[in-house]
Design a protein around this ligand. Sequence first.
Ligand SMILES: NC(=O)c1ccc[n+]([C@@H]2O[C@H](COP(=O)([O-])OP(=O)(O)OC[C@H]3O[C@@H](n4cnc5c(N)ncnc54)[C@H](O)[C@@H]3O)[C@@H](O)[C@H]2O)c1
Ligand SMILES: [Zn+2]
Length: 1687
Amino acid sequence: MESESSPRRTTRSSARPAASPAPTSPPKRSPSTASPSKAKRVRVAELEGRGPVKAAFTTDYSIAGAAHPIHRVSVLGAESVTLGFGITSHIAKQIAAKAPASTYLVATDSNVAPLHLPALKEALRAHIAEGSRILEYIIPPGESVKTREMKNVIEDFMLANKCTRDSCIIALGGGVVGDMFGFVAATFMRGIPVIQIPTTLLAMVDSSIGGKTAVDTPHGKNLIGAFHQPRHIFMDLAYLRTLPHREYINGMAEVIKTAAIWDEEDFALLENNAEDILNLSAANKKADSELNTDLLLKVVLGSIRVKAHVVTVDEKETGLRGLLNFGHTVGHAIEAILSPELLHGECVAMGMVREAEIARHLGYVNDVVIGRIVRCLQAYGLPVSTEDKKVLQLAPGKHCSVDQMMDIMRVDKKNQGNKKRVVMLAGIGKTHEPKASFIPDDVIIKVLSPAMVVDGGLKADSARKEVRLNVPGSKSISNRALVLAALGKGECRLEGLLHSDDVQVMLDSLQKLVGIKYIWEDNGNTLVVEGGAGKLQVPNSEIYLGNAGTAARFLTTVCCLVRSNDGRTTTVTGNARMKQRPIGPLVEALRSKGCDLTYLEGQGCLPLKVEPTGLKGGHIKLSASISSQYVSSILLSAPYAETAVTLELIGDAVVSKPYIDMTTAMMKSFGIVVTVDPGNDNIYHIPKGVYKNPKTYLVEADASSATYPLAFAAITGTKVTVTNIGSNSLQGDAEFAVKVLRPMGCVVEQTATQTTVQGPKRLKPIPSIDMETMTDAFLTASVLAAVATNGESGPDANLTKIHGISNQRVKECNRIAAMVEQLAKFGVHASELPDGIQISGVNEDPKKALKSPEGGVFCYDDHRVAMSFSILACARGAGQKSIILEKKCVEKTWPAWWDALENILGISVTGADLVHDGSSSAGNKQVGGKAASAAPATSTVTKTTPVKATFDETTVVVIGMRGAGKSHMGKAAAKALNRTFIDTDDYFAHKMGITIAEYVKDHSWAEFRKLECAQLQQILNDHPKGYVVSCGGGIVETPEARVVLKDWHSKKGRVIHLTRDIGAVVEYLTADKTRPALGEDPKSIWSRRRPWYKECSNAEFKIVADGSDASWKAVERDFAKYMRFMLSTEGTFQVAGSPSFFLCLTFGDLHDAVKVLENASEGADALELRVDLLKEWSDEFIGTQISLIRRHSDLPIIFTVRTKSQGGRFADNDLVNMFSLLELGVKYQCEFVDVEVLDAKSEQFLELYKALRANKGRSHFLASFHDFSGTAIWDQTGYGSSLSAASGSRVMMRDKYVELHQFGDSIKLIGKANTLDDNFALHRFVHETVPTLGLQPVKPLIAVNMTAVGQVSRALNDYMTPVTHPALPIAAAPGQLSIKQIHETRYLLGLIAPKKFYLFGHPIAQSMSPTLHNAGFNALGLPHKYSLSENPNWSHVKAMLDEGLKNKTFGGASVTIPHKEEIIKHNLVSTLTEAATKIGAVNTIMIDDHGKLVGDNTDWLGIRASILKRVSIEGYDLVGGVIGAGGTSRAACFALKSLGVTDLRIWNRTESKAAGLAEEFGGHVVSGGFEHIFDKSPAVGAKPKLFLLVSSVPGASQNDLPIDEMFTNANAGAPAGSVGVFVEMAYRPRQTVIIEHLGSIERTNISWSYVEGVEILIEQGLEQFTRWTGRRAPRKVIEETVYANYK
Ligand SMILES: NC(=O)c1ccc[n+]([C@@H]2O[C@H](COP(=O)([O-])OP(=O)(O)OC[C@H]3O[C@@H](n4cnc5c(N)ncnc54)[C@H](O)[C@@H]3O)[C@@H](O)[C@H]2O)c1
Ligand SMILES: [Zn+2]
């Protein structure tokens, strides 16, 4: 019914049951007869005459003085939308007439206000009645202010200004302003009128029409709102001229959506005019008069008419209006995850593609429709998949998992059981139903999933019947057919054209060159082209070919055909990759015939400038040994040369001759007959002429694609007919059926244009087959060979050997290796041959013999690998599932492959997601099934137990100068991260069987570089995860290799540039004689490569080592730590604890700071590197500075470049260099990077910021503003006057806050206090103003005032207060305080309550704990006190705790014998940490947030920390030993276990006690004496051992132990290079007997170090201190004090 009343809508297909899908034959669209504009007029008239349905018709009228007519559209029966261009005055007049009011509240946001508010206000003033007043209200821009809080503020403002019921709100702005003020209007005094004046495209075509208004809540968007129809909606398209480009295309997404569901003609308009339409956004600076405003009017009008219509028919969204939700069901789920980084329209764009794919899966639409939608969205720069580069850059680290998306969709109230409402397209401009359809979850899951699960075994009904299908067209034929038809004369219907980007690019370019007209018919199955009969023109803009290689080659010659003399030329260009693909030989040949082509960038590559000289013709010589496409290019254009062409192919053998034959054969079909010279096969004669277009040209199937359905028949024993390829085909792979399938036992029948295959019961192997003419089909053949048998069995039985396919090693991946590797996953044995592969077929029934591919089939992003293995999966039995990862890779040639497999071939396919914790793609799980909800165990593990970290497993590449230490560090990092290491130089030598030096001697550096690049690509293809790859120093020398590296890091892998001072590198190189001489001074090499290293890497690390072993060890540790930080999947770095502090390092060179660093940083949570204060700003110098800090401190680094106007030393207007420094901070993985928001509005700033953000990794951005001038104002409530304030000279901190909120993970606002009052203003700002802004998410804020009078604000600030320290030479800013001073001030202000801490135990008089803790409190200025509370009775402890809790003075306690276990036994604390529970003892009591007592144990952390200080445990065989079974031995066992010790031995004099421990902690008892503790530990391989021995035997009772024997025995079982650490728990005497022995033992195999008891005491004490105070303990002061007092 709706369709009858619709303004214009092509016929909707009748509902089609999902069971009879045929994706290749879509519903027919009834041809439309009228031209678009005519159609509109006619319909309008019809509707007007038809009485009641006055839905969405438009009327046009003109007003005096206006350049463009004004349009009106009806909504809900009233003409309430007015649309025009430049109509402000008209708007004002209309408002005065339509909505008389006592008060007009003009509402807008602070972006729109300066642009459009004054003009509107002025116009209003001119038209409204005398007594009416105008108020204005300006809100900050952006979604984050669309809150309930903001609504309150606005309402208060209106009430305070005495707005009454006869007020009218005018909402001038985007959807945010419209929604916010629409909602205010809906409820203010129970509803007042609102006029919507949308200023964004999205608001115009969507949010302003329909009356929906709402605000967001933390629970979700638009959850609170009302329907409130606006009194009128005025759209002035001139407003769009100021709209940022991204916002503009955001609105285009909705426009495209509307056309997609409603109107194919509108859609075509969008497809064909993207460039013009995009020109209308603000990004284009052309004058209004130069623009095609009528086009924009048409586009917007088309969209709003539809919206107006459906709103009218279905105001409250019960049916038809739901169609506007196309793309939104999935889009909203994506948006929930990716906002705010991505905009609504961008998410809807991705949603549309997914929802259209659902429709394709259900058989409602075909590939063509998907292709058109995808390409149309792309033409406007919208993302089409969550893996789009744009998405990865805008929202780095975010991932849309299928589970999460399904969860989000699940909450929609419109769902029905396990079905969701999704709009199903039935074509472009058509939908399956006049409302959203209910789609089962499993279908949605299948489409959203990145991987496919193929269930072997045929669905019952399809088991025996013959299947017929169409295979997507051949790309080569499609491209040739387009060129021919465009150059030909007359109309040509091209059927079965492949829909791919390449073909689209060809079509677009031909349109520019030839001016051809084309339309799609049969829902895009047929392209009707009207040829230009050889007439060509110089295109108006450059021909951009993306990465379409065939188009580049074919069109270069076509461009030469153009003849003109108006001075213009043709430019042919492409993307970065294209600009590296050679085209030289073709250009040479053309130049020889008078064509004038100029390379605009690199020689021999695009871009090219082509003069319109025409092609002379005559004898053309062309080298054909590189690409047959050069030949075809000249052949195709040759008939249009001035004289007949003779083309002679010269050089070595002609490659790919079949393609040349294909070209000539096709030319013949278009009426031009090419003859081969009778005397010379390599000479072609092409007559002059004009192609005669055949009425219809059938594009043949892609022969390689056709092998899959045919192989399906072969492997399942069924019958399949491919209807669009047969014996006529000239494509090499077309022989597959006859040459491969028939010998394997299939029955093959072929007509000229069809092929039918009936598979046998079992396939037979082919002992040897040469597939040189059909190399792409070898993968299909290989999977068939996997199940082919002669009845033999054994690993080498049933062999099929395929030869002649060595070129397949350099395709999308090394396909031969890929097949071997992936076949193995099915349990099939295969191996590489020099020029091919051999496969041993399984003999047993494949249903039993084929294994489930563990971890899924890895496809190397190669469509052929994916499709082949999905065929092999079909050979497995019903219910046996094979996972094919990366299902999307089939899109390159057969986007609907999975649908065809399921719907036509009858195999059941389900979706699977990959776990995205960075674990390898092997760890995948099924989605939607039971396993799906296996959430990670977020158990009660407390913060004291280190949570096992997860890392991004993507292979890391290391580059840098030879001699920088790449191999060394790469190996160390691989070891630390448990990865495999590859050195590309070793790889080369291994692969080639010859050293690089030898190779270079025999060949050349250039040839080596070529191979090196190919091998790097190979390594990355083969090992995308779990590796560290170190490259040769010169890898960056060739552009090809640079592309590989850049590609790797832009796809989210890491390429680390390892640097070292060039002097050190030179020194190292002079000493190293093992490698071929560089033949060049290393310094000049370095200066040449430096920029390349920089662009090829997205991470950097500087090695600072003096060459000693110890310094290399330290670098290794630092590097491992750096890698762990970088690769951790924990997300943006955060600092916990409140208050927190950072120390500003104000040094010119940190070498001067090293001595004081530890001392000065006590209590701090981070160190700020003030780069602007450094004496040099070179990458090298800064790198050294960072490495120095990392060497000497564990604290996070804040990387800051402060400008002059904000109190630093960096130039104010040097954004580019500022950002290049910040980039260095990001590359060095600085935990924080301070981003001074210098000019949030400038495009340059935004661009630079975006680029920086894209590589942000885990760095935390501190968006900062420092008011050094001292004029900013903190104190300002409400918003009403922000515009006037901003236009004055004073900055409002509130505006700054809102601005910085977009840029930082936290915000830093530094003001200047002139009076004490300014501090209170700041305090109110933080506690009152900021919360009312309601910005989401809430971000941490640093707000401080400089100067002495501002000091109190530093004491009051809770988060990351900048501090200084007396040990530093100067403070970084006026009034800066130390942590000690801040704490003292906070104490005086009553912000820190002094607490009492105790040691409970007996006897404890000698304890060092009071000394330790009081030294710490004192150093940090904390007012706490620690004292002894000695008593042997646990009831004393209880009484103390009760008392302490009651009067709230108790801060915490240490516990020692005899109470450690009693605390637990008598339930003296409310909760126990995991460590305390496992160890069964409490040594620390603390108070949690709810005032409850918590028992913890820090002994084990002391043990662990002191071990890790001495050794890094990676790479060793761990052996643990614990002697004694007393209290601390349990902590020892726990600590050793936490380090990963599995071989744990326990010795105790009383064996039974040891046995108890052993059982509990999974160790074993050492019987037969102490000396045997490390016996029987035979060497495992060559791995050295790490012995970790902890003694809890009191010092006094160690005398009688056979210590020497024990060490001797240990030594006997240890391989060389082993290491030992002995940890002494007893601390009196300081040097126990065991430690003394250690000094004298023979160090043959094991080198021992030891830890004194006092060190453990300090370490566990530091941990206690942190737990009690929430901050790092001042280690150095504590250590010094304890050792000084230790006797
Ligand atoms: N009510 C509905 O039916 C409906 C429908 C769709 C979307 N929405 C809502 O609309 C909002 C999104 O609307 P939006 O995309 O217009 O966002 P928006 O209002 O935030 O505007 C986008 C940005 O463009 C700026 N801007 C607006 N007009 C400008 C101009 N002419 N020149 C320069 N800058 C300009 C704004 O200040 C803002 O920064 C969301 O809150 C969404 O929930 C509502
Ligand atoms: Zn929308």
